[in-house]
Design a protein around this ligand. Structure first.
Ligand code: G
Ligand code: G
Ligand code: MN
Ligand code: NA
Length: 251
């Protein structure tokens, strides 16, 4: 209850901040896109994990306000980075239900001057399944603007792979649970490779999330499992100015 009031106040004060986790080409040379991750530093309790406060915000019906703030911040920060780098923002299932997401996104793009080509939006596989009918119209409209749509946590939502090619998506982000034991367990590697081979040929980009070790990275490279890699092996989530520094370093 107390946390709810505090979150309400934090949103009103625009106290939710954003860090960015880069996605690299598998060779680690190209910084292609950064995922915006919301952070809330509670005045007494310290940092509150986003899974916790996003869920509270969903219960309170205020998550779309957070999405809008994160989106504006992310588009603004992305403008300060080299043009080749995009930004990816997570959406809640509530954002898909709400009718005017596309209008909000359009407004923020024009306010910040960011090209739609640089913006990616992530929807979880489970929210896509739950809300496919309303989501399809919204996502089609966003894609029409040139925005890239990614399925987050791919492989955990039990969507039928047979209809992946009919979904309004451009990229899948394979969930980190499919990476965790690929070095120790040959069956896990086979499963990852299987998911990748089903996705290849559909003209869908593949991001592999949660890559933590050199060993995982080299297996993913060896078996050509990813277009982009996101994970601690390359970088933790970092501040926006650190992204600019990293980009300079990569040049
Ligand atoms: O930031 P962290 O890596 O701890 O993220 C934990 C979870 O919170 C992830 O599933 C991530 O997608 C989600 N998350 C982080 N920021 C946002 C946000 O701005 N909006 C939504 N809807 N989810 C977010
Ligand atoms: O659900 P989503 O993919 O948006 O989750 C992003 C979350 O994953 C963030 O909390 C981020 O801190 C975390 N994360 C990013 N890279 C790694 C990694 O290599 N390993 C683990 N365990 N978590 C990661
Ligand atoms: Mn995400
Ligand atoms: Na995610």
């Amino acid at each position: 209850q107390r946390l709810k009031a505090d979150l309400r106040a934090a949103v009103d004060q625009h106290a939710i901040t954003v860090v960015y986790q880069p996605m690299f080409t598998p060779d680690g040379r190209g910084l292609v896109c950064c995922e915006a991750l919301a952070r809330w530093h509670h005045p007494e309790k310290g940092p509150i994990a986003p899974n916790i406060f996003i869920q509270i915000a969903e219960e309170m019906g205020i998550v779309t306000e957070i999405t809008e703030q994160v989106l504006r911040r992310a588009c603004f920060d992305c403008q300060t980075w080299p043009e080749a780098i995009g930004v990816s923002v997570n959406l809640s299932v509530h954002d898909l239900r709400q009718g005017d997401l596309a209008a909000t996104v359009e407004r923020i793009l024009s306010e910040t001057g960011l090209s739609a080509k640089r913006l990616h939006l992530e929807v979880t596989e489970s929210s896509l399944i739950e809300e496919l009918t309303p989501a399809r119209a919204v996502l089609d409209r966003l894609r029409g603007l040139g925005i890239t749509i990614s399925i987050d946590d791919f492989g955990t939502g039990f969507s039928s792979l047979s209809y992946l090619d009919t979904l309004p998506v451009d990229v899948v982000k394979i969930d980190r649970s499919f990476v965790r034991n690929i070095g120790q367990d040959a069956r896990r590697l086979k499963l990852l490779r299987g998911i990748v081979s089903l996705t290849r040929g559909l003209d869908i980009g593949i991001v592999v999330e949660g890559v933590e070790t050199r060993e995982q990275l080299s297996l993913i490279k060896k078996h050509n499992c990813a277009d982009l890699i996101q994970g601690y092996v390359f970088s933790m989530p970092i501040a926006p100015h650190a992204i600019a520094a990293l980009a300079e370093e990569a040049e």
